[in-house]
Design a protein around this ligand. Structure first.
Ligand SMILES: NC(=O)c1ccc[n+]([C@@H]2O[C@H](COP(=O)([O-])OP(=O)(O)OC[C@H]3O[C@@H](n4cnc5c(N)ncnc54)[C@H](O)[C@@H]3O)[C@@H](O)[C@H]2O)c1
Length: 334
C-alpha cells in the first residue's frame, strides 16, 4: 500500500511533458499544491490539447518551457536534476493517426526516445511515468482486460503508444531508469480540450449537452467502456511514481465499473439538466477503429500501489459540468 503524504513531493523537482494539456495540467496543479518544483514542457501545437488557461491556478508557481520534446538539446537540458519525469506529451487523436501517421511516429515514438536518451545521458536517477492507452490492447479477448492480455492495436496512435511503452521498458531494464508504464482508459474532467469531437469523447458529450444540442450515439449505444475522473488518474500517476514495486511494470488505470455509451449519454443529460440524444451511424473511419467493449481490470495497480478510483460517474460529471460552466469562455473556442 502506498500513501501519498502531504509532504511526499514537497521540494521535489518534476518535469511534466505535455503539462499544458488535459491530464498534464491537472497533474501540474496537484504537484505545485503539494510543494513540488514543477517544470512544464509543451509545444502548444494548434488543435492538440494544450491550453494556457489550464495552468491558471498555479501560473506563478510553475516554470513553462514552450518547446518540443523532439528538440534534443532542449530536452537534454531540461531533464537534468529532475527527481521525476511525467511523460504525457503526445499526439492523442486516433482518428488523425489513420490519415496521417507521421505525427504519431515522430512525436510519440521519436519524442519518447529523445526523452529517454536524455535521461540515460544526463539523469539516470529520475523516475519516469508514462501514460499510454487501453487502445494498446485492441479488441478485448475477454472482460475485464488485465495486463497479460494480448496487444493487437487497431490504429497507428495505439501502436505508437505501445512502441513508446516498449522503448521506456528497455531503458528501465537495460539502463536502470526506473519507469512506470500506465495504460489509461477513458479519462474525463476539467481542462480537456472542448473545441472538437476528435478526441475526449466523454468531455465532448458534456459540451454538446451544455450547448443544449443533440448528442450522437453511434451504433446501438451498447458498447461498454470504463470512464475515469481525472483526479483519480492523477492519484494513480502519483501513487505509482513512488512505489518501488511499480518500476518496470505495466498497469491499467481505469474504472472497474463499466457503462454503455447510451447510459453515459443519458447520465450526462440527466446531470446537466439539458441536452438530448439520437442514434447515428458510425463513420467508416470510426467503425474501422472501434475495438468493441472494454473494461479495465485494475486488480494489479490496486494490489501494488493501493490505488482505486474514488469518484463515481455522476459525481465526476457534476464536477466537470461545474468547471466548464464557470470557465466555458476559455474552452469553447481557441
Ligand atoms: N485523455 C485520455 O482519455 C487518455 C487516454 C489514454 C491515454 N492518454 C494519454 O495520456 C497522455 C496525455 O493525454 P491528454 O488527454 O492530457 O492529452 P492532451 O492532448 O490534452 O495533452 C497532450 C499535451 O502534449 C502536448 N504536446 C503534443 N506534442 C508535443 C510535442 N511534440 N512536444 C511537447 N508537447 C507536445 C500538447 O500540446 C498537449 O498540451 C497522452 O500521452 C495520451 O495518449 C490519454
Amino acid at each position: 500500500m502506498v500513501f501519498l503524504n502531504p509532504d511526499t513531493f514537497a521540494g521535489k523537482t518534476v518535469l511534466i511533458t505535455g503539462g499544458m494539456g488535459f491530464i498534464g495540467s491537472n497533474l501540474a496543479i496537484r504537484l505545485a499544491n503539494l510543494g513540488a518544483q514543477v517544470t512544464i514542457v509543451d509545444s502548444m501545437i494548434p488543435d492538440y490539447g494544450g491550453n494556457e488557461f489550464n495552468l491558471h491556478p498555479v501560473r506563478d508557481r510553475v516554470k513553462i518551457n514552450y518547446c518540443d520534446i523532439r528538440d534534443v538539446s532542449a530536452v537534454n537540458y531540461l531533464v537534468r536534476d529532475q527527481n521525476f519525469v511525467f511523460h504525457l506529451a503526445g499526439q492523442v487523436c486516433h482518428l488523425m493517426s489513420l490519415s496521417n501517421p507521421f505525427p504519431d511516429i515522430e512525436i510519440n515514438i521519436t519524442g519518447t526516445a529523445v526523452v529517454m536518451e536524455a535521461l540515460r545521458k544526463y539523469n539516470k536517477d529520475a523516475v519516469v511515468v508514462y501514460t499510454g492507452t487501453r487502445g494498446q490492447y485492441g479488441p478485448s479477448v475477454s472482460l475485464p482486460v488485465n495486463e497479460e492480455a494480448p496487444t493487437n492495436p487497431k490504429g497507428i496512435y495505439e501502436i505508437s503508444n505501445l512502441t513508446a511503452e516498449k522503448i521506456i521498458k528497455v531503458y528501465n531494464d537495460v539502463h536502470g531508469i526506473r519507469s512506470v508504464l500506465l495504460r489509461l482508459s477513458n479519462i474525463y474532467g476539467p481542462r480537456s480540450q472542448m473545441m472538437h469531437s476528435r478526441f475526449g469523447v466523454c468531455n465532448w458529450f458534456v459540451r454538446v449537452a451544455m450547448d443544449n444540442q443533440q448528442i450522437q450515439v453511434f451504433g446501438d449505444g451498447s458498447i461498454l467502456r470504463d470512464f475515469l475522473y481525472v483526479d483519480d488518474c492523477v492519484d494513480a500517476i502519483l501513487k505509482t511514481s513512488i512505489c518501488d514495486k511499480a518500476y518496470g511494470e505495466v498497469f491499467n488505470v481505469g474504472n472497474d465499473v463499466a457503462v454503455s455509451f447510451l447510459d453515459l449519454v443519458k447520465t450526462i443529460i440527466s446531470v446537466a439538466g439539458q441536452g438530448s440524444w439520437k442514434f447515428a451511424e458510425f463513420s467508416p473511419e470510426r467503425k474501422a477503429q472501434e475495438p468493441g467493449d472494454f473494461i479495465s481490470d485494475i486488480g494489479k495497480i490496486s494490489r501494488c500501489a493501493g490505488w482505486r478510483p474514488k469518484v463515481g460517474l455522476e459525481e465526476g460529471l457534476a464536477l466537470t459540468l461545474d468547471y466548464y460552466r464557470q470557465q466555458k469562455q476559455h474552452y469553447w473556442s481557441s
